[in-house]
Design a protein around this ligand. Structure first.
Ligand code: FAD
Length: 415
């Protein structure tokens, strides 16, 4: 049994940022990682994935991007290598191949059982990621077993799918990227479009994320009440990170031959039903995009910044309507379904008293009701960019003093 002050569960960007913030305060801690540092980027992302945020925005505190393409987009594997370098540079006390299987509250704090032994600590910070387990709607179980079902975490490249048609469900960044790639491999794609937000990759001479950062959009605070729950459910922006800075929206996909249909509403073996909502979702997506662009325009005006004039093409709506309401997947030659339907979080190793009815950790800005138990890296934890690479460092700096304050206090007071 080893002892430390704080156990961090998870050695991704959030766990490493937390580790740095604790180290800066001379707090003894350990980072327990079930695989390797940055494991998610190594084994749960598809081969062609480039980051969606620019290189300049894909760095953690203390180790900025030092390459020559600050506006470029690095491959997922390069970001995993960066995280490895980060852990080494910061001297993070990472224990790899240590899967946490149980966390139990004790009189003095916590006991964590792992595949590499046991640790005791006064506090625990959960950093297992916002994109933990791919979500599959219950209707997936009604799909004929003759149709292959794939989640983004098991998708690597189109060649692993059987020849024939593919139904991609979900049109945010993952669904749009996979639909484009799979269509390009000669497998005809039908894309079931749910809520999404289209944005142009470049706007007024800069990357859209760079503008969102400058204009303070990524710093919108997580205010309790109001629309926080809705904000936490917002899907990722419909973007791809490529050297040509191209857009990836429904118009681009339709031109490539992808067939667009509405939200998937039901499956009965090989029969799939879709809502007649393409017009509504594409209009709503357009309205959301305009709100983002208007905030950027407003910021440019307020700060009298000289920026390239807005490209009118960015504001032309990409609207789709109609689409088939039912499809017999077998007759249409569809041999596989890709569920790009977002992620949920699972904590089988955590006692349920801190989980809500959906299995999500109950918290306020990362502080849970359990004394000494904290969470970092979740969507809109404290601000819009909390689950982004360049957001978790800010949250870690906010949380570290709170964690420090709980150390040495009786467990029941340290909440
Ligand atoms: C496809 C995709 C692309 C993305 N692209 C970007 C982008 O370009 N820019 C951006 O800012 N954000 C991006 N994100 C969002 C976010 O940055 C990532 O989800 C990122 O991986 C989150 O980092 P994290 O450290 O919070 O969690 P994770 O990277 O998920 O790290 C959690 C770690 O915990 C470990 N773990 C889990 N359970 C246990 C356990 N029981 N015991 C021990 N260890 C455990 C895992 O192995 C993992 O290494 C993307 C997300 C996805 C899904």
């Amino acid at each position: 049994m080893r002892k430390t002050d704080v156990i961090i569960v998870g050695g991704g960007q959030a766990g490493l940022a937390m580790s740095r913030s604790l180290a800066l305060r001379c707090i003894d801690h350990v980072v327990l990682e079930r695989g390797r540092v940055g494991e998610r980027w190594l084994s749960e992302r598809w081969r062609s994935l480039n980051l969606l945020t620019t290189n300049a925005m894909s760095a953690l505190p203390g180790l900025p991007y030092d390459g020559s393409e600050s506006d470029g987009f690095m491959p997922a594997s390069a970001f995993a290598a960066y995280l490895e370098r980060y852990a080494r540079t910061m001297g993070s006390p990472v224990v790899s191949d240590a899967e946490v299987t149980d966390v139990e509250q004790t009189a003095g704090g916590y006991r964590a059982s792992t595949t590499a032994g046991e640790w005791r600590s006064q506090a625990v910070v959960v950093a297992t990621g916002a994109c933990e387990t791919p979500f599959r709607p219950a209707m997936a179980e009604a799909l004929s077993p003759s149709i292959l079902q794939v989640s983004p975490t098991d998708y690597w490249e189109p060649g692993q799918l059987p020849q024939g048609g593919v139904l991609v469900v979900g049109a945010s960044s993952t669904g749009a990227q996979l639909a484009e790639e799979i269509q390009g491999s000669g497998r005809p794609v039908t894309l079931a479009v749910g809520d999404h937000t289209r944005v142009p990759r470049r706007y007024r001479g800069r990357d859209i994320y760079a503008w969102m950062e400058t204009a303070g959009i990524l710093d919108d605070p997580a205010l309790e009440g109001g629309n926080l729950e809705a904000a936490r459910r917002q899907p990722s922006l419909q973007l791809v990170g490529r050297p040509d800075n191209r857009d990836l929206d429904l118009g681009v996909l339709a031109r490539r031959g992808v067939r667009l249909v509405g939200r998937l509403t039901g499956v009965d073996r090989a029969k799939a039903s879709f809502a007649d909502d393409l017009e509504r979702t594409t209009k709503a997506s357009h309205a959301r995009m305009l709100r983002i662009l208007e905030r950027i325009d407003g910021w440019i005006k307020d700060h009298a910044l000289e920026a390239t004039a807005a490209d009118p093409a960015a504001r032309i709506p990409v609207l789709a309507a109609g689409g088939r309401l039912t499809l017999d997947l077998r007759n249409e030659g569809v041999r596989s379904v890709v569920w790009a339907t977002g992620y949920v979080r699972r904590y089988p190793w955590l006692k349920s008293t801190v989980l809500d009815h959906r299995g999500e950790i109950v918290h306020r800005g990362g502080v849970t009701p359990l004394p000494g138990l904290y969470v970092i890296g979740l969507t809109f934890l404290r601000r819009r960019r909390s689950s982004f690479i360049d957001g978790c460092g800010l949250d870690a700096e906010d949380l570290a003093p709170i964690v420090k304050a709980c150390l040495g206090r009786p467990a029941k007071e340290a909440a």
